[in-house]
Each structure stands twice: as C-alpha cells, then as structure tokens.
Design a protein around this ligand. Structure first.
Ligand code: ADP
Ligand code: MG
Length: 727
C-alpha cells in the first residue's frame, strides 16, 4: 500500500523552512512606504492643476457629480504616476455579486503608425470600462436586457497599484452596473446608502444649528481568519472546494484549555502577519491590531476605521492580500465562517458610526447639554432603526456559511437586539420616564439641561453575546460573517438609520421650533420612540435559552437560518424602504434575492457532492483496507488454531457494520442531492436545508465514528488535531 497522502502532508509540514523567506521588509520605513502605492490626496494635490484638484475633491468629499472635463486631466496624471511606479497595465477593479473582487487588465500600450508603441490612458478609460457582464451573477437582470455591463470610476475610493513578482497594475475602484443602470455589484448600493444617510443626518444637524453639509458612515471591520499548512489543505478536498471541513472527529484537545486567545503568535504566523501588513501599508490600508483568536489556528487583523466605502474596499484588499501572502509561507488562509466543527468559527465585527464633514463623530457622547441632546437623537435613531428593521439587518448577514455560526453558542444569536451597557441603559430609562431621578447617577437626565455622565468605553467587551453593541462611541455589528463583504451590512445600517433620522427630522421640523425651544420637543419625541422601541434593547446573556423565550415574548424575530431570513428582502417594507431612499429598485431587490437563494442552494449542493465523493473515494476505501487487515489477522489466528478473542471479533463486527452504515448513508445522500425539488428558488433552498443538510450530517457522523476506529496509518484525511496544532 502506498503511504497515505495524509502522512505525506504531515511530513511536508515539518519540513517547512521559515529561513527561506527571510524578508526584505524588515528594514522598511513604515512612514515611507505607507500609501506609497496609492493615488492619494497628497499625490493628487502634487500632480493636478489646482482647479482640477479642487473639482475632484468636491466629488470625493461632498459626493458632487464629477465634472467630465476633469477626467482627462486626472487620467493623464494617474497614468504618469503609475508608469513611474512601474505599472504596465490598468484595471477597473469591482465587486460583483460573487462577493469577491473582479478585474480585467488592459495594458497602456498603444501601437503607433511607425511600428512603435506609446503608453496611453485617457479620461474615457478612467471613467468607464465594459467588461462582459454575462458571466457574473445578475439574478436575471442582464438576461432580459443587454449582456453587457459597464464599470464606472468611483473617485471616492483612491486608485492604487498592486505589485506582483513580474510587474505592477494600476487598479481603479469602480461600480458595476447594467446598461439600464441597475446595480450588479456591492459598491453601487453602498454608495447610494451613504448619500441617503448623509441627506437625512444633515437635516438633523441643521436643527442643532450645525453648518455641516455632509455625513459619512465610518467603519472599522475586525477580521477573523484561520491559517493552516497548505500540505493539509491540499489533502482535504473539502477545504479546497467548500472552504470548510465536511468530516473530522473532535480532537482530544480543542479550545477548552483557553490557551490560544491573545497567546504568543507562532513565528511563521507572525512573519506572515508582518508581510501582510507591509503589503497593506503600501496600499494605504491602516492595519493596526493583530492577535491570536479563541480557536487554535485562528487569528484576527483590524484596521483603524475609515469612511465606509473605502473601508469596504480595504477589507476586500485585506482578505485578498492575506490569501496571497499566506501561500508564500506555505499556509492557506481560511475565511469560511465555520471551517472546523467544535471550535469557534470566524466573524467580522463591523464597527460602525457616523461622522460629519467638520470631523465630529455623531455617536460620541458630548460634554455639553447641547452635544448630549444631539448624541441622544442619533443614538435613539439607531435603536429605533434596529428594532423596526431587525429583519433587514438579519438578512444582511444571511448565508449558508454564516448559518453555522449564528445561534450556535459562540457567535451572537440570530435574534437581533441592541446592547447599551448599564450607563446608557439608565439614561435611556430616564428619558423614557421623562427625566426621573436616576438611581445610578443621582442626577436627572433632561434633554438639553443636563450633562451625560462619562460612559465607559469598553462596555461592549463585557458582553460578547450581543449581535449589536454600543461600544462607547460606535456600534459594533458582531453577527457579520468572516467571508462576507461588509458592503451589505453597512448599506442596510445606513438605510435603516437614514429612515429613522428622516422620521425624527420630519417630526421636529413640524414643530417649527429652534435652538433651546426645541429641547422639550426632542424630550417628548425621544420618550415616545424609546417607549415604542425599547423591546430591542437587551443587556443580558444572548446565548441563554431564557433570552430566546423572552425575545419571542417581546415579538423580536428569530430567523434561525438564511432560508427563513431571505424572503424578508422582498417584503413590502423592504421594497418601500430601499425604494424610498434610492438604494435598490424593486427589480434590483428581486434580482438580489434570487442570487442569494441560488448561492445558498449551490453552496449546499457543492458540499453534498463533496461529502459523497470524499466518503466514496477516500474514506470507504481506507476503511475497507483496514477491515481486510483485521479479517486477515483473525483468519490467521484461526488458522494457527488460536482462539480468536471476542474483542477482536467485536472490532471487526463494529467496523463492518459502521462501514455498511456509512455506505447506506452515502447512497441516501446521493439520492437526495440528485433530486430536484419542485417550485421556485425558495423551495429549492428549503429542500437543501431540510433534506440535503441532514443527509450530509448523517454521513459525517458515521465517517467520524470510523475515524476513531481505523488505524492511524490508514486514515486518509488530515485530522483536526494535525490541521489545528501542527504549525
Ligand atoms: P475593540 O472593539 O476590540 O475593543 P476598538 O474599540 O479599539 O477595539 O476598535 C475596534 C474597531 O473599531 C477598530 O477598527 C476601530 O478603528 C473601530 N472604530 C473606532 N471608532 C470608530 C468609529 N467612530 N466608527 C467606526 N469604527 C470605529
Ligand atoms: Mg471589537
């Protein structure tokens, strides 16, 4: 018998030599390299005529439409800059509904009449590209109109240069739309939601006498991930094709020793992190924090927050850069929400706030009664939004892979609630009672008359079980999956908060009052809003059974799986909300709904096929070989006239019957996954969830049992123990 791929993998891992990747990055000057590959504000200022620079800044900072005359000049400056940096090609970089990024490279090369070439790049090429859209998910939008889509320059996210070993490419962040103007990507609706939020937030600021003219949502995503040796990865077809393990018995040691979180970072991993940071610094991504996470082989990277659109592009770059760099260190980056059963999965804490163009964080409690009043209005708007539209927030994080996490006693539950912390909770209660005396602060909270006590900043860390927590000066949406684009969750937040701010602004504007006189009106309105929406506030243990019962009593929805959640997208209230603020047309919503359901079904289908394939081609053959060996040993004893011990016969019997069970279950799985449910996409997804997933789990159960029975040198798949602990 040839040696198992698994044992070969183990040996190859221990041969990895870190010294081979001694890096030149060690002596790099971080200040020097930061944003060195970005067509940044500084570069623009230095290279563009002043009038052009100013016009471009208006588009970037104020969201004003781009002056077409500007594009040609910018393109020329951008080209010269990129050529100096060694770029030979440019690409429109966009984020189709695959959840990944897409790029098609064109060179600057243009042949001349004399048989030579010149390097060319004009405003036309900068502003618009025409990738063939027919191979990207469109949910039916494209099919009925035009196959072609176009990419449109997004000046609010800076262009950058990606270096690769044999050259460099100028990447231009773009939105991706159909010819009829429908969004086919993640960026377009995000940009629309930022504008919607800005318009409504500015109305509120105006009531408080502010001169701000633009509000941005800000975001800092904390990204969790796993790293395992590539030798293991290639020996696990499930990881390779589905991003998660579909088999694997629980190892003797998991995460119960609690010895990994914030533990010392393994040398190879640290070297990887340092190279990742180096690459990201060049791209102007302000990565700041790195540490071990709770599960073995799990880590986190977090940047300093940025404007939401840039933060979204940067998070895509973080994921892609990590993927690339990991391979240089003989490791594979795993972004799936639940790559290993039995240990923690990975999420992405999306820290979110709003900031005006005067530099104020609108969720930062102020030091004066006036600032407090404004803070409490924005805070209350968020509470109302999350309560009123909790189904849409749940929907923004719905996927087959995130279903493994939500509600699985490690990540926040699928019930969306808001955590405020003791102090803010107390303040909210006082507002509700109309300014009653507080037991906690001794004071009385009257809007416009009193100063808030200083709120503790670390409130959120005391409650990791809440999906949506206020953490001092921002909210932290913790239920987002590690592999998801943050565009969706942010756009939903922006949209629902815009609607709340709209409501509040309209109510307050109606009173016709201003300045000090407005305070009693605010007091009354916030009191009403809190009374109506306080049901969403929950400061207790989100994992407990008691909370599930309590949440149901409060009427909070509990969409346990993506299949239950996705239909909320096409609900009248969703269509009304997104339509009202120009974020999605009804057609776009229906298209995306189809794409999401389709994605769910395909993910389960791939997993089902892989489960059957691995069981049939790897696990069962190994088990049969082992069975033959035991049978031979039993026969040998018999032949030698030695009584065969019952324990050995028992082993053989157990093995034989478990193999038979596994075979039966594989057959059943094949049958159910070949069957096509009648009905629409929702019926298909429901069938996948209710029939295919259980069939898959039952195959796994029998196979995992065999993993424990079969001799180590026969077992074909790298084990959990090996993948998680050999570093
Ligand atoms: P932790 O949540 O682990 O305690 P921090 O509170 O320091 O860590 O920050 C977590 C993330 O929140 C960081 O990416 C940080 O930049 C981001 N953050 C801080 N302030 C804001 C804000 N106003 N808007 C959005 N994100 C923010
Ligand atoms: Mg955090």
């Amino acid at each position: 018998m040839s040696e198992s791929t698994r044992l070969n993998a183990v040996r190859a891992v221990t041969n990895f030599n870190l010294a081979d990747r001694k890096s030149k990055i060690k002596d790099a000057d971080v200040k020097e390299i930061f944003a060195s590959n970005v067509f940044s504000d500084e570069v623009q200022r230095a290279r563009l005529p002043e009038a052009i620079y100013k016009s471009l800044q208006k588009t970037i900072k104020k969201g004003e439409p781009l002056d077409p005359n500007v594009a040609d000049v910018v393109a020329t400056a951008m080209k010269e800059w990129a050529l100096e940096k060694g770029a030979t090609h440019y690409t429109h970089w966009f984020q189709p509904m695959t959840g990944l990024t897409a790029e098609k490279h064109d060179s600057f090369v243009m042949p001349t009449a004399t048989g030579k070439i010149i390097m060319e790049f004009g405003g036309g090429e900068l502003i618009r590209g025409e990738p063939d859209a027919s191979s990207f998910p469109s949910g039916g939008i494209r099919a009925t109109f035009e196959a072609r889509g176009y990419t449109a320059w997004d000046p609010s996210s800076p262009a950058f240069i990606l270096d690769s070993p044999n050259g460099s490419t100028l990447c231009i962040p773009t939105a991706f739309c159909s010819w009829t103007g429908e969004a086919l990507d993640k960026k377009t609706p995000l940009l629309r939601s930022i504008d919607a939020l800005s318009a409504q937030a500015v109305r509120i600021l105006k009531l408080f006498g502010s001169s701000a003219s633009r509000v941005e949502s800000t975001c800092g995503p904390e990204q969790e991930y796993f790293l395992i040796d590539r030798n293991f990865y290639f020996a696990r077809l499930d990881l390779l094709n589905a991003g998660r393990t579909l088999f694997g018995a629980k190892p003797p040691k998991g995460q119960e020793m609690e010895d990994h979180y914030f533990g010392s970072i393994p040398e190879r991993v640290l070297a990887f992190m340092q190279e990742v940071e180096h690459e990201l610094y060049k791209l102007g991504v302000p990565v700041k924090t790195r540490h071990n996470e709770v599960a073995p082989a799990q880590y986190e990277i977090a940047p300093v927050f940025e404007q939401a659109n840039v933060a979204t592009d940067h998070n895509m770059l973080v994921m892609e850069t990590m993927k690339r760099v990991a391979q240089r260190y003989g490791m594979e980056l795993i972004l799936h929400e639940k790559p290993f059963a039995g240990v923690n999965g990975s999420g992405k804490h999306v820290n979110w706030s709003m900031s005006d163009d005067l530099g104020n964080n609108l969720l930062k409690p102020g030091a004066t009664p006036h600032d407090n009043a404004q803070f409490l209005v924005f805070m209350t708007a968020v509470i109302r939004a999350v309560h009123k539209y909790s189904k849409l927030l749940r929907l923004a994080i719905a996927s087959a892979s995130n279903d493994h996490r939500l509600g699985a006693n490690e990540a926040p539950p699928a019930i969306i609630s808001v955590f405020l912390g003791d102090m803010l909770q107390d303040i909210v209660e006082q507002i509700e009672k109309g300014g009653a005396k507080s037991t906690k602060t001794g004071g009385e909270m009257k809007i416009g008359a009193s100063v808030l006590p200083t709120l503790p900043k670390d409130a959120g860390d005391r409650n990791r079980t809440s999906p949506f927590a206020f953490t001092g000066n921002k909210f932290e949406f913790r239920a987002v999956g590690s592999s998801q684009s943050i565009a969706g969750p942010i756009l939903v937040l922006n949209a629902i908060v815009a609607e709340s701010l709209d409501y509040i602004a309209t109510e307050l504007e109606k009173t016709g009052k201003k300045g000090e006189d407005l305070n009693p009106e605010i007091q009354k309105l916030l009191q009403k809003i809190i009374t109506e929406h306080k049901a969403v506030i929950f400061n207790g243990d989100g994992y407990s059974e008691a909370w599930h019962a309590e949440a149901a009593k409060r009427g909070l929805p509990n969409r346990k799986t993506a299949v239950e959640s996705l239909p909320d997208f096409i609900s009248p209230e969703s269509i009304e909300l997104f339509g009202k603020y120009g974020i999605f047309t009804e057609r776009e919503i229906h298209a995306r709904y189809e794409i999401l359901l389709e994605g769910y079904k395909k993910a389960i289908n791939i997993e089902a096929q892989l489960t059957a394939q691995i069981a049939k081609k790897q696990i069962i053959p190994a088990c049969l070989r082992y069975q033959t060996q035991i049978a031979a040993s039993v026969a040998a004893l018999k032949g030698a006239g030695v009584e065969v011990p019952a324990s050995q016969l028992g082993l053989l019997n157990d093995l034989t019957s478990t193999i038979a069970t596994l075979q039966e279950r594989v057959e059943k799985l094949t049958k159910v996954s070949d069957h096509h449910a009648d009905g629409d996409s929702l019926a298909h997804a429901t069938y996948s969830r209710d029939v295919v997933i259980p069939a898959m789990l039952s195959v796994r159960e029998a196979a995992d049992k065999l993993e424990i029975m079969v001799a180590d040198d026969f077992w074909p798949l790298p084990t959990y123990q090996e993948m998680l602990f050999i570093k």
